[in-house]
Write a protein that binds this ligand. Structure first.
Ligand code: ASP
Length: 348
């Protein structure tokens, strides 16, 4: 990161006591704008972030979450989400939820209207329907074509044949690449009084084994909020996060005095050190991406990513929402050159 970029980043991440702050993964600018509006009207931090991420869940062009998310290997969209409310220290989550486009809202109801924290699969769907959520097919035509291209191209030893002319899917994936993609939105809000709320919501790893649940709906992994300290959320390879409880650990390191950025870097280093050989590149570095985003109760924000200088987080300081650079522990992973510039940006 160059000096000017670092200075801009430092300017944005300083403490802001008594001021509302909203942060999110880079796809979360609309979520931050919406959440900040609600905070400025005196809204609750969890209500604010859920209203914000609903916009991203509803956007069929974001293939990482909600309606239009990429499906599992059977072509079925399965969603994971969790929420946590700082003032009450309560949380709720749903996993492997099908046919409901706003899993974050269902997770909030699990928190508010049950004695449980996590509902999965069929039970989560029945609970959502009991609360009036309408079932719908979440697989958009574009997401179906991307999935079909993956299905047709991932092996030349089966009976599925891919017509090279499917340009729409090719534009998303790159001409020759049939990738597994991660993607998620994580969003956290701090009120002027120092109350926190957070939400992480995702369609998870594309083409996953049906029933696979990532880090996003697991409190302590995809999200953790402690009203006395701060909050942390994550995106990227869920399996790496799940076995390290990264968000919980970031909050604990901030409790011990670390800045959000220091805490995120320390945790990513620990995750890297514990990475199995199968997931390391020729230099021994983790060959996957994992990003952590954190906000401290005094309004200081920061984050870090496993790979690359190109990671970004959305930060709304009450005046405007900007993308702030995240430092990577290791150099960037190569992105397929054939991806469109917009898609390259979305994945950074
Ligand atoms: N962490 C999510 C998962 O593993 C995906 C992502 O954030 O990219 O399901």
């Amino acid at each position: 990161m160059n000096v000017a970029a670092a200075a801009r980043r430092d300017e944005r991440i300083r403490p802001r006591p008594g001021r509302a702050v909203v942060i999110a993964s880079a796809n979360g600018i609309p979520a931050c704008d919406c959440a900040m509006d609600l905070l400025q009207q005196g809204g609750d931090p969890l209500d604010a972030v859920v209203a914000g991420v609903n916009l991203v869940e509803d956007n069929p062009e974001d293939h990482s979450v909600g309606f239009g998310g990429l499906p599992n290997e059977d072509g079925v969209v399965e969603l994971d989400a969790c929420v946590m409310h700082g003032p009450t220290h309560k949380g709720g989550a749903v996993a492997a939820l099908q046919n409901i486009r706003n899993p974050s809202s269902v997770a909030k109801l699990v928190m508010q209207r049950t004695d449980h924290v996590l509902l999965v699969g069929e039970g989560a769907l029945r609970f959502a329907k009991a609360h009036g959520f309408k079932e719908q097919d979440l697989l958009t035509d574009e997401a179906r074509r991307i999935w079909l291209r993956w299905k047709e191209k991932h092996s030349d030893r089966d009976d599925w044949i891919h017509p090279e002319a499917d340009l729409e899917a090719a534009r998303f994936l790159g001409r020759n690449d049939v990738e597994y993609t991660y993607g998620t939105i994580s969003c956290m809000a701090l009120t002027p009084n120092g109350d926190l709320g957070g939400c992480t919501t995702t369609s998870g790893l594309s083409y996953k084994i049906p029933g696979r649940v990532g880090d996003s709906p697991i409190l302590g992994a995809g999200l953790y909020v402690d009203n006395e300290v701060g909050a942390c959320g994550s995106t990227g390879r869920g399996e790496a996060n799940l076995i390290n409880c990264s968000s919980f650990l970031v909050v604990e390191l901030m409790r011990g005095g670390a800045t959000p950025e220091e805490a995120c870097k320390q945790v990513l280093k620990r995750v890297a050190d514990r990475t199995e050989p199968r997931l390391r590149n020729g230099q021994g570095q983790p060959s996957y991406q994992l990003k952590l985003y954190a906000v401290r109760r005094d309004g200081m924000v920061g984050g870090a990513c496993m790979r690359g200088d190109e990671g970004r987080m959305a930060v709304h300081d009450g005046k405007e929402c900007r993308l702030v650079g995240l430092e990577g522990l290791y150099p960037a992973l190569p992105l397929p050159a054939s991806l469109s510039p917009t898609e390259q940006q979305k994945r950074s």
